[in-house]
Ligand binder design. Structure first.
Ligand SMILES: Cc1cc2nc3c(=O)[nH]c(=O)nc-3n(C[C@H](O)[C@H](O)[C@H](O)COP(=O)(O)OP(=O)(O)OC[C@H]3O[C@@H](n4cnc5c(N)ncnc54)[C@H](O)[C@@H]3O)c2cc1C
Length: 571
């Protein structure tokens, strides 16, 4: 049974919550982590989607690589269904979150949260996105020691280069861009992706002649088998903590449990925040109420400090559904890295003469292993996908309708929009000679964008988040410029056909809905509610310039844990 009182309760065991729990546990505080979704790879829940299992886990000995191997397959659709944002018992359906237009909110429930699906890209924020924005109450330099701590835990290293990365780098160099050296990026250029994925086993090197079956202990570290966005069980047979992709379930969660001070309770959906108001009219958080998603039983737990880490959609939802003071920025200012997709198709002979083989074979190597940074605009990254997902992202949806309705005219792409008929067939049958580039723009916080709740539009946990997103003219211009650069790079790499999707907005990276400087202070404690801290991507004051956000969210969560200890538990 979990206790009735803890020093700290952390809501959410996703990308950032376990970082805070680990640091607080290391400081000797008793910590309860409440997670809405299931706990995969834990002996306490041998059949996590079929039976309620135990109540909680406090020991690293509960973690089992063997169980994770049973529960995580390499079949993408099956894993997408498994990690859906919903209760462990999938018979009960998922938790509906409506996003405008054809886009979707991509978030996962379960210990590890959305890092169960993430591709492990772990760059730092662009310094200017923090230092040149007046609303960030911290400096980039303040985060650097925390970045180092997170990067060491996640084993961040430059991704290995396979054909798709080599092609991209050749194109970027031919288009006149420089190779970026170092982690603090201030100028545009290209570089291998700093990934939180263990380096490939040397036996897998091209000339090492390995012909084994990619199973631990024959292969340790990354097997270079695409599939990070499907839970990533590689290498098969490896102990729980030695899986190659350093998602928070295999990195920070074991570290937190090892402190001996942290308990994780999955299948526990927090529904309300409890407060008390002292003499000065300033409410203070005292605990939460949560609902067991198997039994429906509602329980409560008290704490000295409450940490919200339920993600940038659910954290503001919790605030808005609680009886807390009004702050006009709660839920607002959401950024999503308004994205797009640009694809290149090569003729076999051109590939042969540039990279020495007549296919790109984007299914080889790490999913996302090459990037182009442009502080002030955002970034580009190559994406290796299986044909089905690549087709959906690259050709299957568009805000510009069908390609045959558009005349790209003088544009740097040959086709724009959704593909159909013979053109779709031509590009799809060239799958092994295509390369996809994801455009990730530096969209800025606007108050109209974000989360609201409306009484009456509810699920079993109360009013659901209603999400609004409309990019500004500036956001669109930055995305257009990045799409042009992507096309120029692909063309300079010799692509014979370039296609732009004009993808509808999709919430892939979600941040800044409880922004520092607006909702929380420089320690990430809420201005309006004492003892209530935010330690997830919602506390980021913007989209960190377009860089993948998890390194920064985790660095900030680590810093927030230190601040909690300083403010409330020192001495
Ligand atoms: C396909 C994909 C690929 C990605 N790749 C990358 C990448 O390579 N690099 C990168 O930096 N980012 C990537 N991201 C984004 C990244 O995964 C997220 O930005 C990150 O996980 C966010 O961390 P978080 O802690 O804010 O939220 P989450 O990781 O979403 O964690 C929130 C947790 O809180 C739980 N929760 C929610 N509500 C409640 C409640 N009321 N009570 C209890 N628990 C609750 C959720 O179940 C979840 O586990 C990717 C995302 C997707 C979908």
């Amino acid at each position: 049974m979990v206790a009735a009182h803890y020093d700290v309760v952390v809501v959410g065991a996703g990308g950032d919550g376990p970082v805070a729990a680990w640091k607080l546990g290391e400081a000797g505080l008793s910590v309860l982590v409440l997670e809405a979704g299931p706990f995969y790879g834990n002996e306490q829940w041998p059949k996590p989607n079929e039976q309620p299992g135990a109540e909680s886990s406090s020991s690293v000995d509960d973690l089992s690589g063997r169980l994770l191997d049973e529960q995580f397959t390499t079949r993408e659709l099956e894993m997408i269904r498994k990690l859906v944002f919903g209760p462990a018992d999938h018979e009960r359906g998922f938790w509906l979150r409506k996003f405008p237009g054809d886009g979707a909110i991509l978030q996962c429930a379960g210990v590890g949260g959305t890092t169960l699906h993430y591709t492990g890209c772990h760059p730092r924020a662009y310094p200017a996105s923090i230092d040149e924005q007046p609303h960030w109450p911290v400096d980039y330099a303040d985060l650097v020691p925390y970045y180092r701590e997170i990067e060491a835990m996640c084993e961040v290293t430059p991704a290995p280069v396979t054909a798709k990365e080599e092609l991209f780098f050749r194109g970027a160099a031919a288009a006149g861009w420089d190779l970026i050296d170092g982690l603090n990026v201030t100028e545009p250029g290209y570089r291998p992706q700093p990934n939180a994925i263990r380096q490939p086993d040397p036996r897998l090197h091209v000339d090492a002649g390995y012909d084994g079956d990619f199973t631990y202990p024959e292969v340790d570290g990354d097997t270079l088998a695409l599939g990070s966005i499907a839970g990533h069980p590689f290498p098969r047979g490896a102990p729980y903590e030695e899986k190659a992709k350093r998602a928070s379930n295999v990195s920070f969660v074991p570290a937190a449990l090892r402190t001996g001070n942290v308990t994780v309770r999955p299948n526990a959906f927090v529904t309300s925040i409890e407060t008390e108001t002292a003499g000065n009219d300033h409410p203070e958080a005292t605990g939460v109420r949560f609902r067991d998603t198997w039994s429906g039983r509602v329980e409560s737990v008290d704490c000295e400090v409450l940490v919200l880490a339920a993600g940038a959609i659910e954290t503001p939802r919790l605030w808005l559904n609680a009886d807390l003071p009004k702050n006009e920025w709660v839920g607002r200012g959401m950024t999503i890295h308004f994205g797009d997709n640009v694809m290149g198709l090569w003729d076999a002979a051109d590939l042969e003469s540039s990279i020495g083989q007549d296919t790109v074979d984007q299914f080889q190597g790490q999913d996302i292993a090459a990037r182009f940074d442009y502080p002030g605009l955002g970034m580009l990254q190559t994406v290796g996908t299986a044909p089905g997902i690549g087709a959906i992202l690259g050709f299957g949806s568009s805000a510009s309708g069908f390609a045959f309705e558009n005349d790209p005219d003088d544009a740097p792409w040959d086709t724009l929009g959704r593909l159909a008929g013979s053109e779709l067939k031509r590009l799809l049958s060239g799958y092994r000679r295509t390369l996809q580039v994801l455009v990730v723009s530096d969209d800025r916080p606007h108050r109209r964008n974000g989360v609201t709740v409306v009484p009456g539009v509810e699920d079993e946990h109360g009013p659901i988040p209603l999400v609004n997103y409309e990019p500004s003219t500036g956001d669109r211009q930055r995305r257009d410029r990045l799409a042009e650069i992507a096309a120029e790079i692909l063309r300079a790499a010799g692509a014979s056909h370039v296609h732009r999707s004009d993808s509808p907005p999709t919430a892939l990276h979600v941040h800044s809905t409880m922004a520092m400087g607006k909702v929380v202070d420089e320690a990430c404690e809420a201005y309006d509610v004492g003892r209530l801290f935010v330690a997830d991507h919602s506390a980021l004051a913007n989209g960190v310039g377009g860089a993948n956000p998890t390194n920064t969210g985790q660095a900030l969560a680590a810093r927030t844990a230190d601040k909690i200890v300083e403010r409330y538990f020192a001495g």
